[in-house]
Design a protein around this ligand. Structure first.
Ligand SMILES: Cc1cc2nc3c(=O)[nH]c(=O)nc-3n(C[C@H](O)[C@H](O)[C@H](O)COP(=O)(O)O)c2cc1C
Length: 374
């Protein structure tokens, strides 16, 4: 019997748990159609806003590679180099809402069983700005989107009331999620920034606002490296650069740490994991920590723009994994989802060679006999 790759996530049925995340692979109708034809279970559209967007002059995304021979990490072409990360300072979709609405309608008409999640973004500094979230949400859901993803996480917005600046403010996280939930009839996912001290605080805030799921990670704030010969940043416009976002293999362990914090704090909530995935073994980490779906950007960008080979490897890998564990009675993702979540514990819970000498970093309590004397 063929393995059942499908998952239920926030009330939606995905034919497999793998989605293209909000980024260039989902920035056009033709890309999204190709993505669905390639086998992705869902896509999250490039983030849609209300205001016109103009990107920087010059490249918006570059890829860093690491050489095993020379220890170099660079955007230059290096011999025998492995992908290290992507770096980007691309803004949200340059296409307005009016452009997206008929396309969402057409894509859903062509692929009614594939899941199309609309990523949206507005400001949060006034009631008018909050109403923009509702306008975007209603337009996308009326066009047929299956769900909404709130971009509370873009790392390179100058405005203090947008993108990751919302994601860094628990109050705004809650309010924005709540205003969208007031008008939404479809599931609402909140995509958080990893650039905070304790992401559990913001996750709690969006769940208080009614979020059906938390999505993480967006890219990590970062700079391109400086070329040691020219002393110029490897990406710059007339010598200048601003902080951008790091994605790809380099962020996977970082993103997993954030995810484990949240899935442990909220074991009954829904999570969609992103960061560095190109193989099933990578996606498996997110599933074992409790995620119900996994999203992909960088590796898909490098594989014919929408990742046809990446999704084939993910689906084949999951099918093979379920086959291999059939004797354990595992027939779907739900049977093994989260089984490594509780293995992530406080450092003090990790065994010591000599427990009697260990007080968790504290002095032995004064006035009491040493634990070993008991
Ligand atoms: C060029 C580029 C553009 C992106 N644009 C968006 C966006 O519009 N909205 C969003 O929520 N995330 C955006 N992202 C973040 C990705 O969706 C994803 O969260 C991040 O790249 C980490 O995944 P990865 O390691 O698979 O690349 C973008 C990423 C890249 C590289």
């Amino acid at each position: 019997m063929a393995a059942d790759l499908s998952v239920q996530f926030t009330g939606l049925t995905f034919e497999n748990p793998f989605l293209l995340s909000s980024a260039p692979p989902t920035a056009s109708e033709s890309n999204i159609l190709r993505a669905f034809e390639s086998g992705w279970g869902g896509v999250v559209t490039k983030t849609i806003g209300l205001h016109p967007v103009v990107n920087v002059a010059g490249p918006k995304t570059k890829f860093l590679r690491a050489s095993a021979e020379s220890n170099e990490i660079s955007m230059r072409k290096l011999p025998n180099a492995a992908l290290h990360s992507s770096w980007n300072w691309e803004l949200i979709s340059t296409k307005p809402l009016e452009w997206w609405v008929p396309r969402i309608e057409r894509i859903k008409a062509a692929h009614p069983t594939k899941m199309l999640i609309a990523s949206i973004m507005a400001g949060s500094g006034s009631d008018k700005e909050l109403a923009h979230w509702q306008e975007l949400a209603v337009a996308c859901q009326e066009a047929g989107a299956d769900g909404l993803e709130l971009n509370l996480s873009c790392p390179h917005m100058d405005r203090a009331d947008m993108g990751s600046n919302i994601g860094k403010d628990a109050g705004l996280c809650s309010i924005v999620t709540q205003v969208v939930k007031e008008v939404a009839t479809i599931p609402v996912w909140s995509k958080l920034t990893p650039a905070t001290g304790d992401i559990v605080v913001e996750a709690a805030a969006v769940f208080r606002g009614g979020a059906d799921a938390v999505v993480s990670s967006n890219t990590f704030p970062s700079l391109p490296l400086i070329d040691p010969e020219t002393l110029e940043f490897e990406v710059n416009v007339e010598g200048l650069v601003s902080s951008g976002g790091l994605g790809g293999p380099a962020i996977m362990p970082l993103s997993l740490a954030k995810m484990a914090q949240m899935t442990n704090a909220f074991p009954d909530k829904s999570f969609s994991g992103i960061g560095g995935v190109s193989e099933f073994a990578h996606a498996l980490n997110y599933l074992l920590l409790g995620c119900g779906t996994v999203q992909v950007c960088t590796s898909a960008m490098l594989d014919r723009a929408v990742g046809p080979n990446v999704i084939r490897r993910l689906n084949d890998g999951l099918a093979e994994f379920l086959d291999r564990h059939a004797e354990q009675g595992w027939t779907s993702v739900e049977d093994f989802r989260g089984i490594r979540r509780e293995r992530v514990v406080a450092n003090s819970q990790i065994q010591r060679p000599d427990e009697s000498e260990y007080f968790g970093g504290h002095d032995d309590a004064e006035g009491y006999a040493p634990a070993s004397a008991a």
